[in-house]
Design a protein around this ligand. Structure first.
Ligand code: NDP
Length: 339
């Protein structure tokens, strides 16, 4: 059983040497006395928050449970049941949930697994648009921002897993949407394929405040925040009165031990802005409503879902590091085995 281990807690930019590939043996049956489920891993989700789990629990501002050095990394994924002592799962079932970065994984808390019911979409979608990633885009936009037709929406990390969905959801809501991303290829994708009204490469803009004034001469009603840092500061100067900022994440701060807050925070007062953070885990009860809403759009091709699938468990560390270099386009997924 090939496994990816975190060697030690990490500060600063993560490196491949922070991880180790190990091979261990695993029983082909769930041990007696356990109510666990044994899975073959098929697809693994690679997500920015995993970097936060590489920090020490004692680090200031810690929220997520840290990975234990020397242990297998875990995260979202899709697997096939090989053996089960839980009556809700049987051999051959496809499931999504928290699974190990390993070829075979014994899930000892089967209540965290969900059976995959729909079989007319690729099952890798259950690591992204049909998992917490898609739900994040849905609740972070509709529930947190209460969008109205015709409003001006700005999305950062717009070609990423969450961002490319938020932009398309905002178009479905009748908004005007601009996205920022880190390369020409990504900008072209947003404009030419995903229906964004405008997009720009933030790495080529010297003065983000001026850039946003150019794209939003009348100001921004809704900002979907994925990156933090300089972008948030520029956005704060360009919000409209009574604008909303949905704080989904701030990836530009994840490798910093002492991240700095925004300088233009007083704009919240002057412009009566509502800035609200959210955690998708508080919204899991929205899954049925979200699935009913999004599945027809996927089937009709009205929401385009982009995956960046890399082969092989050993690619996991490099793919995780790649998120912080902007290498992924769309959702970063690892294919461990074919269905
Ligand atoms: P993405 O697929 O968007 O991947 C990360 C992207 O972020 C990169 O491709 C890169 O794109 C961009 N990026 C990386 N470093 C920086 C930087 N220093 N400054 C600006 N942009 C950077 O990841 P996700 O869609 O999975 O996650 C997006 C955000 O949503 C993250 O902040 C994540 O933590 C958050 N999140 C929050 C959840 C919640 O419950 N609140 C749930 C899920 C995700 P580029 O080329 O544009 O630079």
């Amino acid at each position: 059983n090939k496994q990816v281990i975190l060697k030690h807690h990490v500060s600063g930019f993560p490196k491949e040497t922070d991880f180790e590939l190990r091979t261990s043996s695993i029983n082909s049956k769930v041990p007696e006395g356990s109510n666990g489920v044994l899975l073959q891993s098929l697809y693994l989700s690679v997500d920015p928050y995993m970097r936060l789990r590489m920090r020490r629990m004692e680090d200031p501002g810690h929220y997520f449970t840290s990975f234990t050095p020397g242990s297998v990394i875990d995260g979202g994924g899709v697997g096939r049941v090989l053996d089960s002592r839980d009556p809700n799962f049987k051999k051959g079932d496809l499931v999504r949930g928290m699974i190990g970065w390993e070829e075979y994984t014994l899930v000892t808390a089967p209540e965290t697994l969900y059976k995959i019911e729909h079989n007319d979409v690729p099952i890798s979608y259950y690591t992204g648009i049909l998992s917490a990633v898609g739900l994040t885009a849905y609740v972070g936009f509709f529930e947190v921002c209460s969008p109205k037709k015709g409003e001006y929406v700005f999305v950062s990390a717009a070609s990423g897993a969450v961002g490319h969905l938020v932009g398309q959801f905002a178009k479905l809501a009748g908004c005007y949407v601009v996205g920022s991303a880190g390369s020409k290829e990504k900008v072209d994708l947003l404009k030419d394929k995903l229906g964004f009204d405008e997009a720009f490469n933030y790495k080529e803009e010297e003065d983000l405040n001026a850039t946003l004034k150019r794209f939003f001469p009348e100001g921004i009603d809704i900002y979907f925040e994925n990156v933090g840092g300089k972008m948030l500061d520029a956005v704060l100067l360009n919000m409209r009165t009574h604008g909303r900022i949905s704080v989904c994440g701030m990836i530009s701060l994840y490798n910093s031990d002492q991240p700095e807050g925004p300088k233009n925070i007083m704009s919240l007062v002057y412009k009566r802005i509502r800035m609200e953070g959210f955690m998708v885990r508080d919204y899991y009860s929205f899954y049925p409503k979200y699935f009913d809403w999004v599945l027809p759009y996927i089937r009709e091709g009205k929401v385009i879902y982009i995956e960046d699938i890399v082969e092989g468990l050993e690619s996991c560390p490099d793919a995780l590091i790649g998120l912080f270099k902007g290498r992924n386009i769309g959702k970063q997924v690892i294919r461990v085995a074919y269905e």
